[in-house]
Design a protein around this ligand. Structure first.
Ligand SMILES: NC(=O)c1ccc[n+]([C@@H]2O[C@H](COP(=O)([O-])OP(=O)(O)OC[C@H]3O[C@@H](n4cnc5c(N)ncnc54)[C@H](O)[C@@H]3O)[C@@H](O)[C@H]2O)c1
Length: 240
């Protein structure tokens, strides 16, 4: 994601790529990539308007705290945060810097979430199964996008038991089934099945290229500068 985002910012006439942060030193489209331990010095020297974080949960928490300390607005796409990490992030951001935090920056997925919410409102008595598929290197499961789907279903239907895969004798009750597929270079598929008697409806989204998330993150970066210091969602950016 870092390379995808770097390319888009580098090519944008209204933006300037000032560098990157990773675990090792390197370069990114002619700019310097510094190790994460030097993030404060980097932000202080370069004074960027926005820091875009797509890393791993533990690293993202530290990067978010550093951005807030240095008065730099944030875009956070990293997934897999624990409830405690979410609390830490909220107290680092709220009242300090504006931050758009989303488990999925694609426009299509944000519309898909809306459709899932609408379907759940009408079809709460149907059996519901959530399925997601990603590439073999994805570290967290279920995906952040699938967790957001489950939050939406809980908001609309009340908290229901989640069953993660099934094996052996399993009697279906009122649970929501959650199924995770990992393989190859699948960019990201999500589907929510509402199954009733004599009919099913399936809401699904398929991403074909990771550039779609990078474009959304850069769009959010343009939007976030100068906003009130609090946490925003991609729905706010898109005005949904
Ligand atoms: N929100 C979205 O739209 C969206 C889309 C794609 C991926 N993601 C999420 O973004 C994250 C990254 O995904 P990816 O596919 O680019 O993973 P990746 O493993 O390809 O890249 C992660 C990068 O973070 C670097 N890193 C690790 N620790 C760091 C630290 N302390 N400081 C700075 N950099 C550090 C790694 O070296 C690596 O280069 C994952 O959590 C993934 O689920 C979100």
């Amino acid at each position: 994601m870092g390379t995808n985002i770097g390319r888009i910012v580098d090519e944008a006439p209204d933006m300037e790529l000032v560098g990157g942060i990773d675990i090792r030193e390197g370069t990114l489209f002619g700019t310097e990539v510094v190790p994460a331990a030097k993030i404060d010095a980097f932000l202080n020297e370069k004074k960027p308007d926005v820091l875009i974080d797509f890393t791993v949960a533990a690293a993202a928490v530290e990067n978010i705290k550093a951005a807030a300390r240095n008065d730099v607005a944030l875009i956070v796409g990293t997934t897999g945060f624990s409830p405690e990490q979410r609390t830490t992030i909220a107290s680092a951001v709220e009242g300090h810097v504006p931050a758009v935090i989303s488990s999925n920056f694609s426009v299509g997925v944000n519309i898909f979430w809306k459709l899932v919410r609408e379907a759940a409102r009408e079809l709460g008595d149907y059996d519901i199964e959530v399925t997601e598929a990603h590439h073999r290197y994805k570290k967290d499961a279920p995906s952040g996008t699938a967790k957001t789907i489950l939050e939406i279903l809980d908001q609309e239907l009340g908290s229901r038991e989640k069953v993660y895969g099934r094996v052996g004798e399993t009697e279906r009750k009122g649970e929501i089934g959650v199924h995770v597929v990992r393989g190859g270079d699948i960019v990201g598929d999500h589907s929510v099945l509402f199954a009733g008697n004599f009919e099913c409806i399936e809401v699904s989204h398929r991403a074909y290229d990771r550039a779609v998330f990078a474009q959304g993150a850069v769009r959010a970066a343009r939007w976030v500068v100068g906003r009130e210091p609090r946490i925003y969602s991609m729905q706010d950016v898109l005005g949904l």
